[in-house]
Design a protein around this ligand. Structure first.
Ligand SMILES: [Ca+2]
Ligand SMILES: [Ca+2]
Length: 291
């Protein structure tokens, strides 16, 4: 009797310990978890059968038929303004800086997003340079018109982050779906993240997603219910960590834990997200709904 009671207690303790360890592992991955890149692995080369269907080299402007800045708007802890988005020497620059000589003093940055076109599947590549500025993140990502479709998991609308740079020396790739209640993500540590230009790519096919950094495969998803099949719009953005409080950006209410808070003291401004090019290839599956 005593023995069985003891073994029951031990079993319960073992289960509890397993649960605690699993939760701890989840928490650790959430805050600290990341992978590194196998630089010795063969780099991916764009197959010959992939057809280049769009290219913006940002020479004397961006392709105004394809995308545009969102215009003056409040975005998290800062403002998006078309004035922060310009081209220079064959590069697109999204500039972040603090402005106090304007009607609404605060941190100003910007974005480009596709105006009317919606895309699904295809191969997408950006070549860009990011800076180690705390409290903001640069990104290249897809957003569906409706992420609040719950009938299917990611298939009926998913945010797809081809990359986000939020944590120091780390990039994140992610899928968000079902009204942001669904998430799959991976963090990758990159030692030379800030040392010049890198390429970030997504090969989005009907049977899977592959994410690349400088040609190195860093994440692969093959589960059918996680492969988005809904055309989405494409974004290049910089976002300031923070929340909108009473219609105003408040960078002291930080939203992404670990990204930190943007401050003039800890950063050098202006901070530029510099994009050399964006290219889109038809990988055999591309859907491009033009308007
Ligand atoms: Ca869904
Ligand atoms: Ca260029």
């Amino acid at each position: 009797m005593k023995k069985s009671k003891k073994s029951k207690v031990l079993k319960i303790l073992a289960v509890l310990l397993a649960v605690i360890l699993a939760v701890a592992a989840g928490v650790l991955y959430y805050f600290f978890g990341y992978q590194t890149i196998d630089e010795d692995a063969d780099a991916f080369k764009i197959p010959k059968e992939y057809e280049l269907v769009f290219e913006d080299e940002f020479i004397n402007g961006y392709d105004e038929d394809f995308w545009a800045p969102s215009g003056m708007t409040v975005r998290r802890g800062g403002y998006w303004s078309q004035d922060q988005v310009f081209t220079k020497n064959g590069k697109l620059v999204i500039r972040t800086e603090y402005k106090d000589d304007v009607e609404n003093p605060g941190y100003y940055t910007g974005d480009l997003c596709t105006l009317h076109d919606r895309l699904a599947f295809g191969y997408y590549e950006i070549r860009c340079k990011v800076e180690n500025t705390r409290g903001l993140w640069n990104a290249f990502w897809f957003m569906p018109d409706d992420i609040y479709n719950y009938e299917q998991k990611a298939q009926d609308g998913s945010e797809i982050d081809i990359f986000e740079s939020a944590l120091p020396y780390r990039i994140q790739n992610a899928l968000y779906y079902d009204g942001y209640s669904g998430r799959k993500n991976i963090m990758t540590e990159v030692e030379d993240l800030y040392d010049g230009y890198h390429t970030y790519a997504l090969d989005w096919k009907k049977d899977g997603l592959k994410f690349y950094f400088d040609g190195h495969l860093i994440w692969e998803l093959n589960e059918p219910d996680l492969i988005p099949a809904t055309p989405a719009y494409l974004n290049i953005t910089t976002e300031i960590n923070g929340k909108v409080i009473d219609g105003k950006p408040d960078p002291s209410h930080i939203e992404w834990i670990g990204c930190g808070k943007i401050t003039e003291e800890s950063n050098v401004f202006p901070s530029d997200y510099v994009i050399d090019y964006v290219r889109i290839y038809d990988n055999g599956d591309l859907i491009w709904n033009k308007q």
